[in-house]
Design a binder for this molecule. Structure first.
Ligand code: SF4
Ligand code: SF4
Length: 96
């Protein structure tokens, strides 16, 4: 049986280097992967920048930790079943 992810994740273009890849650091399920922006690997050395992709979305449990640390509001997560977007409780504040 094919496993279907419970969530859909969109990651907008962000400045991962400036951020320090926080989403990768905090995600307890290891959902995020940093991949070279330059598709031509031979050119990557000259411009070694990365973008974040939700490569292992199947493991996402909707905990919201990535939303909590993303200072660029680059991540959006939706329930696949209901389509409802996961948002942080207003009581939570972002860490600097
Ligand atoms: S909601 Fe939780 S499990 Fe899902 S990607 Fe974000 S940190 Fe990882
Ligand atoms: S936490 Fe946000 S800004 Fe930082 S790397 Fe992840 S998606 Fe980009």
């Amino acid at each position: 049986m094919v496993k279907v992810a419970a969530y859909r994740i969109r990651v907008a273009d962000c400045d991962a280097e400036a951020c320090g890849n926080r989403c990768q650091e905090v995600c307890p399920q290891g959902v995020f992967l940093a991949v070279p922006r330059e598709k031509d690997r031979t050119k990557h050395g000259a411009d070694p920048r990365y973008r974040i992709v939700p490569r292992f979305v199947y493991f996402c449990d909707g905990c919201g930790e990535c939303l909590h640390v993303c200072g660029q509001n680059a991540i959006r997560i939706f329930s696949r079943e209901t389509g409802v977007e996961i948002t942080l409780p207003t009581a939570r504040t972002r860490e600097g």
